[in-house]
Design a protein around this ligand. Structure first.
Ligand code: HEM
Length: 404
């Protein structure tokens, strides 16, 4: 897809990744329910995004009206694993798959992970201390959530490097604008990741453990409630969603702190701020910027009627900066902001993120321990953005952890 000139929303504009929020503000002010010339709709105010997500619209792209846009977002052969995941399914399939995973992905299971997460964080901080100057993404923000979800699922280490590479490609499918080369790379990554997950599921049958994958495999056996392909698809979803998002919470959060030294000092002085600080990091520079819905009948938002068969982007990153909801200082980082807990970074309604408690726990432990361990934490060079429109965060983030 190519972008026409003179657009209200253009993620290919220079400087976009550094500050997508400037474009969001124009959209919120000038056309909060915006029909883009490429055909999709873009919703940018807080209350509209929340209402849209709670309305229980479809998430299945096969419901798009026939036309050029549909042809571009729905490849002929579908999207493999992700198409079968709960993220892309409507009721009754969504309800069935989600309740099955919820049964094994419990709050208690997540809360019990705290000591292990603390251990992983401390080991990462030790390695950083030895290095002095290092890349925060490579040392902490990526390996922590990746190790946690790998261990939760019970996935052997041998597969990690390739899975990391493949899932980095696969998540581009969460963006609507992609060239043919990227579309083909996504399809290949999807097929390979699905095959790896299918092998793992088979292997797990013979090697059960105290892990999530074992429980999911057993659930399949006992309840006959999901077929093999569906099981594999939920595993791929959990693996990818489990790390490609939290990496941005940690890295974007630390970036925000280093750019706001008064808030960094406040967090060090007042550890009781930690939980609210994580809500504010999620709000201020959202790890997942967008999610999407498909209308199956006309849907009215403000003064606009969105026709049936439309592709609608709910812009979480913009909703989280809406001054109508958060006040005139919405563009500032304020760790004690009470409304931060109303951020919509995990979505809302029937598809609300299943991993929110885990992500919050990892963010709180990682950032809290990092800032307390290194009083001289600072930038060691320019941060480089990952170039993703949706899963927005740094690719590399050079930091120094020793005094100059
Ligand atoms: C769904 C954000 C971490 C598992 C979602 C959605 C968002 C989101 C925006 C879609 C909501 C919608 O369309 O309404 C995030 C963010 C995270 C994070 C910002 C980290 C900071 C995780 C983790 C896991 C996870 C750690 C699991 C280990 C899921 C699953 C769904 C989901 C399974 C699909 C739920 C459904 O369709 O019913 N997440 N997520 N997420 N997330 Fe997360």
């Amino acid at each position: 897809m190519t972008m026409p000139d003179e657009l209200l929303y253009n993620p290919f504009a220079p400087g976009y990744f550094n500050d997508p929020y400037a474009q969001y503000k124009v959209l919120r002010d000038e056309d909060p329910v915006h029909q883009h010339p490429l055909g999709f709709w873009f919703v940018s105010r807080h209350d509209d995004v929340a209402a849209l997500l709670r309305a229980g619209l479809s998430v299945e792209v096969r419901n798009l009206a026939p036309g050029e846009f549909r042809d571009q977002v729905v490849p002929e052969e579908g999207r493999g694993a992700l198409d079968l995941s709960m993220l892309d399914r409507d009721p009754p399939d969504h309800t069935r798959l989600r309740s099955l995973v919820t049964k094994v992905f419990t709050r208690r299971r997540v809360a019990a992970l705290r000591p292990r997460i603390e251990q992983l964080v401390d080991a990462a901080l030790d390695r950083m201390a030895e290095k002095g100057d290092c890349d925060l993404v490579e040392e902490l923000a990526f390996p922590l959530p990746f190790a946690v979800i790998s261990e939760m699922l019970g996935i052997p280490e041998g597969d990690h490097a390739r899975i990391r590479e493949l899932s980095g490609t696969l998540v581009r499918s969460l963006e609507i604008v992609a060239d043919d080369e990227t579309v083909n790379a996504i399809a290949a990554a999807d097929a390979e990741l699905t095959a790896i997950a299918a092998d793992l599921v088979e292997w797990k049958r013979g090697n059960p453990g105290e892990d999530l994958l074992t429980d999911l495999v057993q659930a399949e056996h006992e309840g006959q409630v999901l077929d093999r392909d569906e099981l594999v698809a939920q595993v791929v979803l959990l693996y990818v969603a489990g790390h490609e998002t939290t990496v941005n919470l940690i890295a974007n959060g630390v970036n925000a702190l280093l750019r706001n030294p008064d808030q960094l000092a406040a967090l060090r002085d007042r550890p009781e701020l930690e939980a609210n600080a994580v809500e504010e990091f999620l709000r201020y520079d959202s790890p997942v910027q967008q999610t999407r819905r498909v209308t199956t009948e006309p849907f009215t938002l403000r003064d606009k009627e969105i026709p049936a068969g439309s592709f609608v982007i709910a812009c979480l990153g913009s909703a989280n900066r809406d001054e109508r909801f958060y006040g005139s200082d919405a563009d500032q980082l304020r760790l004690d902001r009470p409304e931060a807990r109303h951020q919509v970074s995990f979505g809302a309604g029937p598809h609300h993120c299943l991993g929110a408690a885990l992500a919050r726990l990892e963010g709180e432990v990682a950032i809290g321990r990092l800032v307390r361990r290194f009083p001289d934490l600072g930038f060691a060079g320019a941060l480089e953005w990952n170039g993703r429109i949706n899963l927005h965060g740094p690719a590399t983030f050079p930091v120094t952890v020793h005094s100059a």
